[in-house]
Design a protein around this ligand. Sequence first.
Ligand SMILES: *[C@@H]1O[C@H](CO)[C@@H](O)[C@H](O)[C@H]1NC(C)=O
Ligand SMILES: *[C@@H]1O[C@H](CO)[C@@H](O)[C@H](O)[C@H]1NC(C)=O
Ligand SMILES: *[C@@H]1O[C@H](CO)[C@@H](O)[C@H](O)[C@H]1NC(C)=O
Ligand SMILES: *[C@@H]1O[C@H](CO)[C@@H](O)[C@H](O)[C@H]1NC(C)=O
Ligand SMILES: *[C@@H]1O[C@H](CO)[C@@H](O)[C@H](O)[C@H]1NC(C)=O
Length: 221
Amino acid sequence: MGSTVAIVLFLAAFVSSGHSLQCMQCTGFSDTPCTGSLRDCPSISDVCGTMVIRTRGHRWTSFNYIRSCVNISECSNNASVTGLYTTTATATTCCFTNNCTTSIPILPVENYTLNGLACPSYVETLMEPCDIKNVSACTGDQIRCVRYSASTTLGSTSSDLFFGGCATENTCAVESSSIKGDGISVEIKRKCYNGAGSLDSGPMFYSLPVILGLLKFVFAM
Ligand SMILES: *[C@@H]1O[C@H](CO)[C@@H](O)[C@H](O)[C@H]1NC(C)=O
Ligand SMILES: *[C@@H]1O[C@H](CO)[C@@H](O)[C@H](O)[C@H]1NC(C)=O
Ligand SMILES: *[C@@H]1O[C@H](CO)[C@@H](O)[C@H](O)[C@H]1NC(C)=O
Ligand SMILES: *[C@@H]1O[C@H](CO)[C@@H](O)[C@H](O)[C@H]1NC(C)=O
Ligand SMILES: *[C@@H]1O[C@H](CO)[C@@H](O)[C@H](O)[C@H]1NC(C)=O
């Protein structure tokens, strides 16, 4: 009872103050925490988030460690996506007070056992291909096909990225994403569907972390 009253008072104070949350903002290129300066979150539905992104190519692995304001719908999301040249895994954790520190995200367990599914696969920067020549063999619990488009603005340079491949069910849990950071902004659209040949069905989805892992193709990060 007492604690309920305390929570209500806390919420009342928090909401009526009209101040948005402040979160640490930084981007690191390893799997260890980064630090940066505090920023005001642009939206009332934002919380402080930490994303770890692991991207594996043929003979390389890279990490991004990102702390920023994220929409609350991104929290606790695990995803794994395999495309033409890369397999990307992401995990996100959140916390809810000014300058809070989240727990360190734990990436989903890797499982490279083929599961018999295949998805149309591409990475393009101009437009979504209408004739997709390649497929990716899906592994582990990647039971969906996915297609993304992302618009990224870095400084004054804008570019698009189109990507298709295999995805875990979790990849499709988040419906919308956009991030605005230090000179960078990313808007993502995503569509998940069940297997090759059904590119035109299914609802539109929007998501963020996988695209951040692929930014290296656009900006050679
Ligand atoms: C933020 O998350 C809320 C709650 O899940 C959702 O309703 C809203 O559409 C999201 N906003 C954006 C911009 O993604
Ligand atoms: C934010 O938290 C970090 C530790 O997580 C601390 O080093 C830093 O001084 C804090 N910043 C402000 C403005 O309180
Ligand atoms: C993400 O995956 C890790 C490792 O498999 C697991 O420990 C964690 O609970 C998962 N998180 C969610 C929200 O599913
Ligand atoms: C994609 O398909 C084309 C045409 O079949 C082939 O030449 C190319 O090697 C494939 N690319 C990859 C990465 O598998
Ligand atoms: C890995 O994926 C395969 C194919 O989906 C599945 O049969 C197997 O149980 C998975 N292994 C683990 C350890 O989850």
